[in-house]
Write a protein that binds this ligand. Structure first.
Ligand code: HEM
Ligand code: HEM
Length: 175
């Protein structure tokens, strides 16, 4: 059996669970079509978007903790300078956005944040310009995240189908 660097089981779980939730959260508001197919009112879509956004926030904090504990495996060869810088920059920016987006989503509203109808987080009172600032940050940030995710996914598929190395396998089940 060939050896290749692996993410820890916890890192793989967090990666795939956050990946699925992030794609749903982004798609239901960015491309409104699937949402309007499954829900009869947009208010349900916004509630789901916000609650799942909070789940992503919690997963991201846990993820940072797990990265510090388990460390990131060295997946790309040391001599591949440009691909290493590119992939690490994209991954780093994704981390930052997965942190900033739920926060800006929460801070851009003057209404309490209701999480799955279970917990209600009171809003923070601020002058209107601050709400507008966080709204713009949320919109721009979410568009940047979608671009980065496209690069990230195309990159992973390029490694698997074109370069035929073990980068994708490092994030899949141990074989
Ligand atoms: C079909 C979709 C996806 C595939 C095939 C995929 C694949 C991978 C692979 C192979 C790695 C390891 C690469 C390396 O170490 O150089 C990785 C890391 C990473 N991916 Fe993805 N990914 C996908 C979707 C996503 C999504 C939607 C997110 C955002 C929530 C995401 C966030 C990350 C992050 C932050 C890392 C860095 C390592 C970590 O802490 O988990 N990925 N991905
Ligand atoms: C990682 C988590 C999140 C991601 C990836 C994300 C992504 C997005 C995207 C792609 C849009 C559509 C932007 C557009 O129409 O151009 C959006 C809009 C929105 N998001 Fe989020 N979001 C997240 C978390 C949150 C949270 C936690 C909240 C609230 C507590 C929130 C509240 C909203 C609202 C109210 C809108 C509609 C804004 C408008 O149309 O003017 N989001 N978000």
């Amino acid at each position: 059996m060939q050896y290749y660097p692996q993410y820890s089981p916890k890192q793989k779980w967090i990666h795939w669970v956050s990946a699925v939730i992030t794609i749903i959260v982004s798609l239901i508001l960015f491309v409104k079509l699937p949402a309007s197919y499954f829900f009869d009112g947009m208010s349900h879509v916004y509630s789901l978007h916000k609650s799942l956004g909070v789940v992503i926030f919690i997963l991201t904090i846990w993820r940072i903790y797990v990265v510090i504990e388990d460390k990131i495996p060295d997946v790309l060869p040391k001599n591949k300078k440009l691909p290493r810088v590119l992939s690490k920059s994209v991954q780093g920016l994704i981390y930052i956005l997965l942190f900033i987006l739920p926060l800006s989503g929460y801070l851009m509203s003057s209404n309490p944040l209701n999480v799955f109808g279970i917990v209600s987080i009171p809003s923070i009172y601020m002058p209107n310009t601050y709400y507008t600032f966080f709204h713009t940050l949320h919109k721009c940030g979410s568009h940047i995240l979608i671009l980065l995710l496209m690069l990230h996914i195309v990159g992973a598929l390029y490694h698997y189908f074109w370069l035929k190395d073990k980068v994708l396998q490092s994030m899949l089940k141990n074989s």
